[in-house]
Design a protein around this ligand. Structure first.
Ligand SMILES: [Zn+2]
Ligand SMILES: [Zn+2]
Ligand SMILES: [Zn+2]
Length: 655
């Protein structure tokens, strides 16, 4: 069927209507052309209250009216645009999406053609703006990642605004609060607004009706998993606390009795989750009191601790994800340009059950995202201050600087830092901060006497695996920066401070004694012997550190026409000076000054030199990210391109 006969067929079938008008526009569409069908819903918008309408399209499209303007919650096929005149609406100010599934947004190109701005959930932005990149990279063979991100748009769509979790989107006199409600998708949001005097929740596909969700297949993330069920129960519980008077789902009918309907849905999902996994859902997780002034929570995957002062102020050690399911699901779904999603947890419980009045200070045991995922949230919404061991400051403030394991992609400010063995007083408690490398170079052990226990907060340095040999468990991650003696230093530091209780970064606090620490020291000396035996003579630490030569920053953000000062850092593990020559390998049109840097690094320290990188004006980047390498000569031996960095090009949708 050629185009004219196809058109005649559709016209005779009554399917085209007035739709082709957009195709006759003179300005070319911003999107790559896509052939679409002329299938469309049949009904009319239905009035729910004075300024709120529902139009049943491929999803429910909600119209919120203010005079002759409106915002639309989700967009379906876009057919709603033909219906607005009948509602006295001449202007669409925004399309706000609850999630990225095609039935919510398959008509978005029509909105773009008419210059209607589109706002999307922050953690699904890449599935709109860079849908084509998603398709280029989505693995289909060897499929174990079952998440239904296959329900992503086939073409990129221009995103004008992101809806960040816990932020408020203001439109005229209406405030839309963005509540993170993962479940149906991992990035889903619910928008809460007062419409016609009533608190309305536009909840996407979080629930379908009392006791029901629209699909089960969308709730599976990993092979055999029930992650979306667990997340959905948690999200429904948070939504219920906000007491909406009306829930407007993306499929199904508006729900006028949310309290009852949400409870019924959460209960049904809880029973189903228990059936499938044998576990209680994350919603059942609770912190507990280790002693009157120390509250611990280990079900948050990375344990976090709240030291409670009699003043009502709390000092947190770590504050990561709400649960293992939250962390595990979000971690795999995080776009390269995004930070892992964070959902608030435990704060209300600490206030209600433990008398907490404020989160005064929060300290990271180490710089890993699973331990400090909630820090920006505590700073932004609770005014918490961040204190840390001195070598973490730059990693937290400039996360783009490094290629280490588990970096949180969102920078935040540190207000106080501590040297090795520095002591401080906070409220009625005395603390000592010490360096505790091994799991990562960027880790502290913090000592304090709390309710008579000598407590060591040790992050991920030592775990109690319930071993009968009395040896504390440790782990080894080379990308975290670990040297041959890191673990030994760490256990000797512990022995020196003789704690009675270890508060680890995962799991519950456990008692520790001298014999356990001595046995662990012997065990770790055994590990060190392996390092020396396995690696070439004199090369042990070079063989353990993938970044002894590194480019700083590692993730460089640049636009054509810009110049950037980079540093070449070299760590010399040798007992004698080391001669280094380094030249950057970059796209042919770029320049580096000087082309080769030569310097001598004194024994047992890290030194650096600067180079200037220039990208010429107007340079057409072939992709959003360009890798560069450093070619290295050490003591006259050409080692090759042993280290690298990436340049993220500003101006692409994600940067
Ligand atoms: Zn959906
Ligand atoms: Zn951890
Ligand atoms: Zn860690």
């Amino acid at each position: 069927m050629d185009n004219s006969t196809r058109r005649q067929f559709l016209e005779s079938a009554g399917a085209l209507g007035a739709a082709p008008a957009a195709a006759q526009q003179k300005t070319p569409p911003a999107q790559p052309a896509v052939k679409v069908t002329a299938l469309a819903p049949a009904g009319k918008p239905r009035k729910l209250s004075e300024n709120l309408y529902l139009f049943e399209d491929t999803c429910n499209v909600y119209v919120i009216k203010d005079g002759a303007s409106c915002v639309l919650i989700d967009f379906g096929s876009g057919k709603i645009l033909d219906q607005l005149r009948g509602l006295g609406i001449t202007q669409v100010d925004y399309v706000l999406h609850t999630h990225h599934h095609r039935d919510q947004c398959q008509g978005d190109r029509k909105a773009v053609e008419r210059n209607i701005p589109i706002a999307v959930p922050a953690h699904e932005k890449h599935l709109f703006a860079e849908a084509e990149n998603f398709w280029r990279n989505r693995r289909i063979f060897h499929l174990y990642y079952m998440r239904n991100d296959f329900y992503t748009l086939t073409k990129n769509v221009k995103v004008s605004k992101v809806l960040a979790d816990y932020s408020t989107f203001r439109w005229k006199k209406t405030d839309f609060f963005v509540l993170p409600t993962p479940g149906h998708t991992l990035g889903s949001i619910t928008l809460l607004a007062t419409v016609d005097g009533k608190k309305v929740a536009f909840s996407g596909d979080l629930m379908y009706a009392a006791g029901k969700i629209q699909t089960l297949h969308d709730t599976q993330v990993n092979y055999g998993g029930s992650e979306g069920i667990d997340l959905g129960i948690y999200s429904l519980s948070r939504l219920r606390e906000l007491k909406p008077a009306l829930v407007c789902p993306s499929h199904g009918q508006p729900i006028p009795n949310p309290e009852v309907a949400i409870t019924q849905t959460a209960d049904s999902l809880t029973a189903y989750y228990k059936f499938q996994t044998g576990n209680a859902s994350s919603e059942a997780n609770r912190p507990y009191a280790v002693s009157p002034h120390l509250v611990a929570h280990y079900q948050t995957t990375s344990s976090f601790y709240a030291i409670m002062s009699d003043s009502g102020k709390a000092l947190f050690i770590d504050y990561g994800a709400a649960s293992a399911v939250h962390f595990g699901s979000f971690e795999r779904a995080t776009a390269v340009t995004d930070r892992i999603r964070f959902v608030e947890h435990s704060i209300d419980e600490l206030k209600r059950s433990y008398g907490m009045k404020s989160v005064d200070v929060v300290m990271p045991s180490h710089m890993h995202d699973d331990h400090l995922n909630g820090f920006p949230h505590l700073i932004r919404h609770y005014g918490a201050k961040v204190w840390c061991y001195e070598n973490m400051v730059d990693v937290l403030e400039n996360p783009r600087g490094y290629n280490l394991g588990c970096i949180l992609a969102e920078p935040f400010k540190v207000s106080r830092s501590f040297r090795h063995k520095e002591t401080f007083k906070w409220e009625e408690f005395e603390f000592e901060v010490t360096h505790s490398p091994g799991h990562t170079e960027y880790q502290m052990a913090l000592f304090a006497t709390i309710d008579g226990n000598r407590v060591a907060f040790t992050g991920d340095a030592f775990f109690d695996a319930g071993r009968k040999d009395g040896i504390l468990r440790h782990n080894l991650i080379f990308r975290n920066h670990v040297e041959n003696d890191s673990h030994v230093k760490s256990i000797r530091n512990l022995i020196e401070h003789s704690p009675t209780l270890i508060a680890p970064g995962h799991g519950r606090p456990y008692p520790v004694d001298k014999s356990m620490m001595a046995a662990t020291e012997q065990h770790l000396l055994g590990q060190q012997k392996f390092f020396f035996d396995l690696l070439p003579e004199g090369e042990t630490d070079f063989g353990m550190d993938p970044s002894w030569v590194r480019i700083y920053p590692y993730e460089i953000l640049m636009a054509p026409g810009e110049r950037k000062l980079l540093q070449i850092h070299v760590r010399n593990y040798k007992p004698e000076p080391m001669k280094i020559e380094v030249g950057l390998v970059v796209p042919a049109e770029w320049t580096v000054e000087p082309e080769v840097v030569k310097f001598e690094v004194p024994p047992k320290v890290e030194s650096h030199r600067s180079v200037i990188l220039r990208v010429p004006p107007g340079w057409a980047a072939p992709s959003p990210r360009v890798a560069i390498a450093a070619d290295v000569v050490r003591d006259g031996k050409h080692l090759g391109e042993i280290t690298e960095a990436v340049v993220d090009m500003k101006g692409w949708p994600s940067y």
